[in-house]
Structure formats: structure tokens, C-alpha cells
Design a protein around this ligand. Structure first.
Ligand SMILES: NC(=O)N[C@@H](CC(=O)O)C(=O)O
Ligand SMILES: [Zn+2]
Ligand SMILES: [Zn+2]
Length: 432
């Protein structure tokens, strides 16, 4: 296996799969020329590097609408380079990165610096998300026009909810002008009341302060009312509750311009995981009860939840190795997202096509990124999947700088064999 530095690549011995089309023409090969998918029958330029797909399935590369790369400011947790390596290993060819860095991505100079660094790293495509308010402080709107022109694909104060209903109204009104969605971390902080895990029998048993489901639901309900008033586009981040799924479902029925994401941990785990994984099962929103987990899966099935995002939130070991109350919220997710999601297919909850749609085609569509399909002439951002390959999460290590995951040691079936960005192999399992 060799890298195609020219953006030319011949991928052989693969089944091509596109969610919109299903299986395309059996066993490849697929030719990539100048970083794009070449029409069938194109003569193969001499010297084109070859990637033997070994019978794997070649799909459009995954697109993560929600990750935290921590640069600038918290490079000890993750950098754009280490985050990009983790993304590539997880099959993600595009990653949208949140604004809660230091300084915050609330002005075009920071956006440009992130893009410049991502270009130097030159692994996956990085799309910055601009802050809604300066410094994420909830007081003053950012200059969304300047952020959008610099390359921000959406706006969010993630880490925190958009501060007030009025701020949400203004954010939707302005972002609408630039055709970009507002992503909200839906949480009523007053109701959360400094809770550290889901409010329920497990928090009671552990004597930890709880965050009720209503904390998410109240906030979603607020945003939906404001959306109806202001127009624009609302994207609900990391949906975790049955009530939240119900609210988004009803809003979609009324044709409100709302979309939603969930993350693998909300359909793979419940708050019981806190008992064995401690702070590695601490994230915001918290892991919920079984009925919420099932509602999230139902939401993915019926399209209420548009996409699976990772909310990849790296934190250093010394931060996670504190008392539960004090440890920061968040877990890494880029390297385990696909294998965890594939469990839904194996359980019969989603079809393989639905899964790839929610990891690739649909997220690309939501943020207007021209990828997520295997169209002739389209960008050759691809992932090669080995559906039967078995592995153990986090062994021998993660590409991420951090290792805060409750999934470490979990036996997984189905893995990313290679990741290709613009015809260049940026990850391959036998070179790891
Ligand atoms: N999800 C988390 O638990 N943590 C995120 C913030 C966020 O996504 O709200 C982080 O930045 O660490
Ligand atoms: Zn959040
Ligand atoms: Zn987040």
C-alpha cells in the first residue's frame, strides 16, 4: 500500500457503496484522478499508486459535525494534528471543530489560524465552527459575517447553551443571512444546578448531584419556540433524552427548520456505565436511562435524529483522574464512532445504508459540504471498511492525545481499514 501524493489512486478489490445508490457495480476498481472520482473506463495514468481494498466496502468518508480539537489553547489535550490523526483513524475525512478553544474562535483571525494549521497538518478537512457570542460569554453576538467569510460553517457556543431566548433569536436572525445553522448545546443551566451526572437511581446511589432530562428538554423547547419566531436553522447538538427526541420529532412534523445529532455513547451506554467507568463516563449531556437510549435509537431510525456526531472531547489524564465532581465533562470519540455505530446494524436497529447516510451523506448535506457521496467527479474523500475485522478499542493506543473513553478495552467487530482524502491515503490499518 502506498500513498498517492499526486491525488491519483487506484482502489482495487472493493465493493463500492453509496447510501443513495446502494451497492455500485460490485467489485471496484475505483480510479481517483487529481483528487476526484474518475468516470468508469478512464485510462489509468502510469505510475498511479494502488490500494488493495482486500474485499472491503468503500464508502464516502465520514463527516463529523461536532468535535473539539482544543487548539489554540489546550494543546496538552489535543492539537489539530493529533485530532486529525484520530479522525483519519476513525474514517472521518471532514471534521467540524467547536469554538471553545482559548482564545475562543469568535473572530476571523482565529478562524484563519485554525484553517492555516489544518492545511499544514494536511490530513483531514477541518471546518471551524464560529462562536455565537464573544468569548462564549453569552453577552454580545460575534461578527458572524466575518466568521462566515473566513470559513466558519456554523455557529455555536457549545460547552454552554446559547445564553438566553433573545440571544438565540438574534443568532438565528443573523446566521440566516449567511445561510449557516446555529448549533445549540441544549441545557437549562439553572435546572442542571451544577449536576454532574444523570439524575436517577444511579446518581442517588452514588450520592452525586443529578442533571434531570428536563434540563435538555426545557432548552430544546425554548429554542424551537424561538426558531418559529425568528426563522433560520437550528441544529440540536448531542441529543440524549427521550423527551428531546419527541420534541424534535414534533417540530419536524410541523416542518420547522430543525435538525439534530446524537453521539455513539448515547445509544451504546446508560448512566449505569458511571458505576464501572467513573469519570470516563462523565460527559455533558450525561448518559441517561435505558428508555432514553432506546428513544435515541428510534430517533435515528425514523430520521428525527439526522446524524451521528462524535462530540470528541479530549481531556488529559490528570484532569479525569480527579473526584467525579471535579473532573471535566467529555470523552473522546473519533476512533470508536464507526465500530460502535455498526453495532446498531448488527442488532438490526439500522440498515448499513442508514448508518452510512447518518455518518456521511446527511452531515455533509446539513452544513453544505460538497461531499458524502461516491459521484463521478466528486471529491475522493473515502473510507474503506472491513466489516468483519475484530479489534479492541484503545489497544495498543489512541491517535488522540487523550484517552478519556469508557470504551477502552471493548471488543469491536468492524473497523476502518483505510481513509482517503482527495485521493490520498491518510490512514491505513497496516501502517499504524
Ligand atoms: N461534551 C462534553 O462533555 N464536553 C465538551 C463540551 C460540550 O460538548 O458541551 C468539551 O468541550 O469538553
Ligand atoms: Zn455541548
Ligand atoms: Zn461538544
Amino acid at each position: 500500500m502506498r500513498d498517492g501524493s499526486s491525488g491519483n489512486l487506484l482502489i482495487t478489490n472493493v465493493t463500492l457503496f453509496d447510501p443513495a445508490e446502494g451497492i455500485l457495480g460490485g467489485e471496484g476498481p475505483l480510479l481517483v484522478k487529481d483528487g476526484r472520482i474518475a468516470p468508469a473506463g478512464t485510462p489509468i495514468p502510469s505510475g498511479t499508486p494502488e490500494l488493495d481494498g482486500r474485499g472491503g466496502v468503500l464508502c464516502p468518508g465520514f463527516v463529523d459535525l461536532h468535535a473539539h480539537f482544543r487548539e489554540p489553547g489546550f494543546e496538552y489535550k489535543e492539537t489539530i494534528a493529533s485530532g486529525s490523526r484520530a479522525a483519519a483513524a476513525g474514517g472521518f475525512t471532514s471534521v467540524c471543530v467547536m469554538a471553545n478553544t482559548s482564545p475562543v474562535n469568535d473572530n476571523d483571525a482565529i478562524t484563519r489560524a485554525i484553517l492555516d494549521r489544518a492545511r499544514e497538518v494536511n490530513l483531514v478537512r477541518v471546518f471551524p465552527i464560529g462562536a455565537v457570542t464573544r468569548g462564549l460569554e453569552g453577552q454580545e453576538l460575534t461578527e458572524m459575517g466575518a466568521l462566515a467569510s473566513a470559513g466558519c460553517v456554523a455557529f455555536s457556543d457549545d460547552g454552554r447553551p446559547v445564553s438566553t431566548a433573545l440571544m438565540m433569536r438574534r443568532a438565528l436572525e443573523y446566521s440566516r443571512i449567511f445561510g449557516r445553522p446555529v448549533i445549540d448545546h441544549c441545557e437549562d443551566l439553572v435546572l442542571s444546578n451544577r449536576g454532574v451526572m444523570n439524575e436517577g437511581s444511579v446518581s442517588a446511589e452514588l450520592g452525586l448531584a443529578g442533571i434531570p432530562n428536563a434540563s435538555e428538554e426545557v432548552s430544546i423547547a425554548r429554542d424551537l419556540s424561538v426558531l418559529e419566531l425568528a426563522g433560520g436553522r437550528l441544529h440540536v447538538a448531542h441529543l440524549s433524552t427521550a423527551g428531546g427526541v419527541r420534541l424534535v420529532r414534533e417540530a419536524k412534523r410541523r416542518h420547522l427548520p430543525v435538525t439534530a445529532e446524537t453521539c455513539p455513547h448515547y445509544f451504546a451506554l446508560t448512566d449505569e456505565a458511571v458505576l464501572c467507568h467513573g469519570t470516563h463516563a462523565k460527559m455533558n449531556p450525561p448518559l441517561r436511562r435505558e428508555e432514553d437510549r432506546l428513544a435515541v435509537i428510534e430517533g435515528l431510525k425514523d430520521g428525527t435524529i439526522d446524524v451521528i456526531a462524535t462530540d470528541h472531547a479530549p481531556h488529559a489524564s490528570h484532569e479525569k483522574e480527579q473526584e467525579f465532581d471535579r473532573a471535566p465533562f467529555g470523552i473522546i470519540g473519533l476512533e470508536t464512532a464507526f465500530s460502535l455505530s455498526l453495532e446498531l446494524v448488527r442488532e438490526g436497529a439500522l440498515t448499513f445504508s442508514e448508518l452510512i447516510y447518518r455518518l456521511s451523506t446527511r452531515p455533509a448535506e446539513l452544513f453544505g459540504l460538497p461531499r458524502g457521496c461516491l459521484r463521478t467527479g466528486g471529491l475522493a474523500d473515502l473510507v474503506l471498511l472491513d466489516l468483519s475485522g475484530e479489534w479492541e478499542a484503545g489497544r495498543p493506543g489512541y491517535r488522540s492525545k487523550s484517552r478519556n473513553s469508557p470504551f477502552t478495552g471493548r471488543r469491536m467487530k468492524g473497523r476502518v481499514a483505510a481513509t482517503i482524502v482527495g485521493g490520498r491515503v491518510v490512514f491505513s490499518e497496516d501502517r499504524s
